[in-house]
Design a protein around this ligand. Structure first.
Ligand SMILES: NC(=O)c1ccc[n+]([C@@H]2O[C@H](COP(=O)([O-])OP(=O)(O)OC[C@H]3O[C@@H](n4cnc5c(N)ncnc54)[C@H](OP(=O)(O)O)[C@@H]3O)[C@@H](O)[C@H]2O)c1
Length: 308
């Protein structure tokens, strides 16, 4: 039976041990850096130590426990074996809930009334119809597509930006770097659902965020590194941007003393937009393990050249 190594900070993946034993009878599971982990054919990872995967000579498959694989590909020594990620309807639904909530938070002025409530200030704002809020989604993949569809159902004016051209009913689509400024200039609520790759790191800098219309808001559900945080803070402080819901950060957890917690207009959430359960992760990892052993095509394989 297959040998599996779990690579993460100590203890994080321990709940998978019993679940893998249930799904793959006879499986041998070792946690990095136990010596047996070096012999594994399948590595299941969250932020593996740089160089660890390269030292596993029998490695045949690397599996992320998340939708993103930036936590693995940031190590340039990762061996050239198939890399798979988690794609799951429950994760997609959870992300869509988060995007819908955050969109409504700005669209229905909850950001303002929650702030006013702290001062006992009774103030109403002019209501806008959903169609009058233009929601722009960066990334039209598994997550972006579902969020876009549901926003359309609620009546929002929705556009989306992807690398390659895409078509989606009632969504205005843009593709490629050359179309980004036009997309941003027509977006009141910007939702980031991009993967973190060399092409997307630092994408939302002062120049790009300034393309958003005055009063626009940001919903960051992808990775902290997509945004140049100092640029975002400057644009919030200067009044060009109205606010931001930030779920992800370059360094997590965000330290209690970090100024973003107290930045006016910013709501920090603890990387909670869409979290896969250990059950879901294990079922997908086990299915790919069975496929690997029987030579069948793997599910949710990442394109290493694209980086997502
Ligand atoms: N906060 C959380 O709890 C949480 C949970 C799950 C996932 N996430 C994040 O969400 C990300 C997206 O997940 P997903 O499953 O939707 O990914 P996906 O299916 O791989 O879709 C990625 C989308 O981004 C587009 N894209 C990639 N590089 C681009 C570029 N350089 N320029 C323009 N568009 C680009 C792709 O364009 P094409 O369609 O042309 O390929 C695709 O539409 C993950 O990578 C992860 O970082 C966060």
């Amino acid at each position: 039976m297959i040998k599996v190594a779990l690579l993460s900070r100590p203890g994080l993946m321990d709940p998978m041990k019993a679940l893998l034993a249930r799904e793959l009878p006879g499986v041998a599971v070792a946690s990095w850096p136990e010596p047996a982990a070096l012999e594994a054919e399948l590595a299941v990872c969250w932020k593996p130590e740089p160089g660890a995967l390269a030292s596993m000579r029998r490695l045949r498959l690397i599996h992320s426990i998340a939708a993103g694989v930036d936590n693995i590909l940031s190590d340039a020594t990762v061996p050239d074996v198939p890399l798979c990620r988690i794609v799951d309807p429950d994760i997609t639904a959870a992300m869509t809930e988060f995007v819908l909530w955050s969109t409504l938070y700005f669209h229905r002025d909850f950001d303002r009334v929650i702030s006013n409530a702290r001062d006992g200030l009774w103030q109403r704002y002019d209501q806008r119809a959903a169609k009058d809020s233009r929601v722009g989604i960066l990334g039209l993949g598994e997550l972006g597509t579902d969020a876009a569809r549901r926003l359309v159902q609620l009546g929002f004016t929705v556009s989306a930006w992807s690398r390659s051209p895409k078509q989606l009913a009632d969504v205005r689509t843009f593709s490629g770097a050359e179309a980004l400024d036009a997309f941003l200039s027509e977006t009141d609520i910007l939702v980031s659902l991009l993967p973190l790759t060399p092409s997307t790191v630092g994408l939302l800098n002062a120049a790009r965020l300034s393309r958003l219309p005055k009063g626009a808001a940001l919903i960051l559900c992808s990775r902290g590194e997509h945004v140049v945080m100092d640029d975002l803070i400057a644009l919030l402080g200067g009044g060009h941007l109205r606010g931001a819901v930030l779920d992800v950060f370059e360094h997590e957890p965000l330290p209690a003393e970090h100024p973003l917690w107290r930045e006016p207009g910013v709501l920090v959430t603890p990387h909670m937009a869409a979290i896969a359960s250990w059950e879901t992760i294990t079922l997908q990892v086990a299915e790919n393990a069975r496929r690997l052993l029987s030579g069948r095509p793997l599910l949710n394989v990442v394109d290493r050249a694209r980086g997502y």
